[in-house]
Ligand binder design. Structure first.
Ligand code: ADP
Length: 447
């Protein structure tokens, strides 16, 4: 309103000035009566024309992209142009800020270890991060605005989306069966859906291993228990001669020994898995470890095998003495059990060029076929179950050995040939080995 008023005042001032000038000119030229109105009309028209031109100039700027500045004018059109331009610039800044925020938000979702996919009300992909693209086999750019069920055709997934019951997550296995995903859907807005996917392959594998382990343990314990129960029943219900009684008791003792060995190995495994790695601050002379394992092997063999130990006289190894002895002892025990009478068993220490060293236990026993080698350290894996059980094996020995070596930063390696024998090598890193000081006669365990 004030803008109109001020422009009307300007028009009247122009008309008044025109009237004055017209009057003067009229008197000079002898048109005293018409000079004033003609002068007023002319200047008022000129003022209106200038006003109209400034308005058109501003309109022309508004019709373009408004990239440059608005026409700089004084008065009404100048202020209008300035305010409109300022409004535009503020809006642009605001949009820029919002865009930055959106990009930050999307990058945060992109960085998520989980798959995130947004679906519109028609089930079309609005957006997905690269993890979701990987899980569902999508292309985050090309597949945008495509209906998800046209691209992810697994019947379980399609049925899950169609059913619309999203209380429980869906477990999806990729078409090659190598990976499993847990898929969670949450509805938001009007018919929009947020699809979250999580790679649960490792978790499922661990669950399956745990289930297998419990089933194996139960089986391993049930077998001797059933045998024991049978003997107890026999002794309770049948009159046995002293000789028969002696034989039954002997067999019962074997079964209890078997259960004891199993429980003891299970406890060792549980302890190895549940305790921190042995720190490399306690050093043990390697030769004495080998000699003790050799002595245990000889007593188990009872003279049926030739057992030798060599090397390591000037070396020390860092870690847990009990664990290291149990690992080497397990290997020697296996060598005795899987080597026929008269065979040879060698314990050896070898320094490697990289500063690390290997402790080897080799035998001239039955050997192992190539296809079993990669699975030997799995819990309860046996090449020949009856032989393992007959010789008091629990199926956990090599699994314990592997754990011990890994806890000492090393690795186990097996080479074997059926009928010729086996060589189990425990490789330890340089950080766990040191040269024994020549003068040192300190007892084992000195730091
Ligand atoms: P087990 O208690 O059955 O001996 P291990 O884990 O110690 O269990 O060994 C796994 C399997 O590896 C054994 O059942 C056996 O078949 C095979 N094995 C281990 N050591 C030897 C060896 N020195 N010679 C031949 N076979 C072996």
């Amino acid at each position: 309103m004030s803008a109109l008023l001020s422009r009307a005042v300007w028009a009247m001032l122009a008309a008044a000035l025109g009237a004055l000038l017209g009057d003067a000119v009229g008197h000079a030229w002898g048109h005293a009566t018409t000079g004033a109105p003609v002068g007023a009309a002319l200047l008022a028209a000129l003022a209106a024309a200038v006003d109209g031109w400034r308005g058109r100039r501003l309109l022309a700027w508004l019709r373009t992209e408004q990239t440059g500045a608005a026409p700089r004018d004084t008065g009404f059109w100048g202020e209008l142009g300035y305010r409109v331009e300022r409004g535009f610039r503020q809006r642009e800044h605001q949009i820029e800020r919002e865009r930055g925020r959106l990009e930050q938000f999307l990058s945060a979702i992109e960085a998520s270890p989980n798959g995130v996919m947004l679906l519109d009300a028609g089930g079309q992909i609005e957006w997905c991060n690269s993890v979701a693209a990987d899980h569902f086999g999508l292309d985050p750019v090309r597949d945008r605005r495509q209906r998800v069920t046209n691209l992810v055709r697994q019947p379980a997934f399609v049925a899950f989306l169609q059913a619309g019951a999203f209380d429980e997550p869906l477990t999806l296995v990729d078409p090659l069966g190598r990976r499993s995903f847990s898929v969670i859907v949450r509805e938001y807005g009007e018919g929009l859906r947020l699809v979250l996917s999580l790679d649960v392959t490792e978790r499922e594998r661990a669950d399956a291993m745990r289930r297998d382990f419990v089933a194996n343990v139960s089986h391993e314990i049930r077998t001797p228990l059933t045998v024991l129960a049978g003997f107890v029943e026999t002794m309770a219900s049948l009159p046995l001669t002293p000789v028969e009684r002696e034989r039954v008791l002997k067999l019962m003792e074997q079964q209890t020994d078997r259960m004891q060995a199993l429980v003891s190995d299970l406890l060792t495994l549980a302890q190895l898995e549940g305790s921190p790695r042995p720190p490399p601050d306690r050093w043990w002379p390697v030769a004495s470890l080998l000699l003790r394992a050799q002595a245990d092997g000889r007593s188990l063999s009872a003279g049926r095998h030739e057992i030798t130990a060599s090397g390591g006289e000037d070396a020390e190894i860092a870690g847990s003495e009990t664990e290291l002895l149990s690992a080497i002892g397990n290997l020697v025990g296996n060598a005795v059990r899987y080597t026929p009478e008269g065979g040879r068993i060698e314990l050896r220490f070898r320094q490697r060029d990289d500063g690390g060293a290997d402790i080897e236990v080799s035998d001239t026993g039955v050997g192992i076929a190539r296809e079993h080698l990669s699975r030997l350290t799995e819990r309860f894996y046996r090449v020949d179950s009856s032989r393992s059980r007959d010789t008091g094996g629990t199926g956990l020995g090599l699994s314990i050995v592997k754990h011990v070596v890994q806890r000492h930063g090393g690795e186990i390696d097996v080479a074997s040939e059926p009928g010729k024998g086996s060589r189990f090598k425990l490789g330890f890193p340089a950080a766990r080995l040191r040269q024994r000081a020549p003068a040192s006669t300190a007892p084992a365990g000195a730091a």
